[in-house]
Ligand binder design. Structure first.
Ligand code: ZN
Length: 336
């Protein structure tokens, strides 16, 4: 999921990991969204090795009790003011009853209903069943389920990401959500490790095309280098560079034809660990990506004149011919 760096991180078991307000286009209207990241016991998949780019398990805590999670949520809601959209994230799956017990999930659903707010939560596909979705929608019927598909290429899912499920598993879960009448948000990852920049752009474009069929919203998530991950180890060894913002622009522009809502807010954008360009054009492109996300107007996607676009074009054309990929020379020269 996209997470803001500007948030205040808390350590108490009764305080959510972080909270913030943002705006999102819902039903053609820009509304206030409240975002709450709950600290839980962690993602079930983390215990099977976890995903190569995901460091969110660092925020989980095995000693967290169901009572703690309810208090985190209630304390966070108190400070949120008015909102029409509530996004509740954990480090794993909201529908995993080992992570979020059913009474805790019910409490969150009832609160969203009482506040007349659409509720978004994330889950791995294995926890999305018709029975569970039926119970959920019985409490609150305005729900969007976010599924981290990341890539529609099973080899990328298995070898680059270690996702632990296939695109067929995603399709099955997304179909359950749609059949039950709730919304699907699909996360598409830009630049999993071991892909060249141009392979990553192709992979993300194909994944958006595949996901558009079953999704109401697509969230394009450029990889950012998170602590304690395989991606971080590769990055420290000069064997991984987060995607260029030119690549982000290219995928967003190509994705517009599917007429689905596409959002993108690159975590760590413009910084060394996030999607970045040369440093001179980053802010302008990031602002244009945010403006596009909030308006869905592709005319807002910027294309500034910057000399680094030629470097990106060369990398797109040549990287595949270089054994082991090319090092991030801009980063090298910045540091030395
Ligand atoms: Zn530039």
């Amino acid at each position: 999921m996209p997470r803001e760096n500007k948030t205040f991180r808390r350590k108490s078991p009764d305080q959510a990991t972080s909270t913030w307000k943002e705006q999102e286009l819902v039903g053609g209207k820009l509304v206030d969204a409240a975002v709450i990241i709950l600290r839980t016991t962690g993602c079930s998949h983390y215990h099977k090795g976890g995903c190569s780019m995901c460091g969110y398990n660092y925020e989980s805590d095995k000693t967290v009790t169901p009572g703690n999670i309810v208090r985190q949520f209630d304390n966070a809601i108190k400070d949120m003011g008015e909102f029409r959209f509530l996004k509740v994230y954990t480090s794993g799956s909201f529908l995993d009853e080992c992570e979020v017990p059913r009474n805790v999930a019910d409490h969150v659903l009832k609160t969203a209903k009482d506040r007349d707010s659409k509720l978004l939560f994330e889950s791995r596909p294995e926890f999305v069943t018709p029975e569970r979705l039926g119970q959920i929608l019985g409490i609150h019927d305005d729900v969007e389920v976010a599924l981290g598909l990341e890539s529609s290429n099973d080899r990328v899912l298995q070898y680059s990401i270690n996702k632990g499920f296939t695109k067929a598993d995603y399709q099955k879960a997304a179909t359950v959500v749609k059949d039950k009448g709730a919304d699907v948000r699909t996360y598409v990852l830009l630049k999993p490790p071991f892909l060249t920049e141009s392979e990553a752009v192709v992979d993300a474009k194909e994944t958006v095309k595949f996901a558009a069929v079953l999704s109401d919203t697509i969230s394009l998530n450029p990889v950012n280098v998170q602590k304690g991950t395989l991606v971080e180890r590769l990055w420290r060894n000069w064997a991984y560079r987060p995607p260029w913002l030119w690549s982000v622009l290219e995928v967003l522009k190509a994705s517009n034809e599917y007429r689905k809502k596409i959002v993108c807010d690159p975590t760590g954008g413009g910084k060394e660990r996030g999607a970045h360009n040369c440093g001179k054009c980053d802010e302008m492109i990031l602002a244009s990506v945010r403006a596009f996300s909030q308006s869905q107007d592709p005319g807002k996607l910027g294309s500034p004149d910057c000399e680094c676009k030629d470097i990106w074009k060369s990398i797109m054309a040549m990287e595949g011919f270089v054994m082991g990929g090319n090092a991030d020379l801009q980063r090298f020269f910045k540091w030395h």
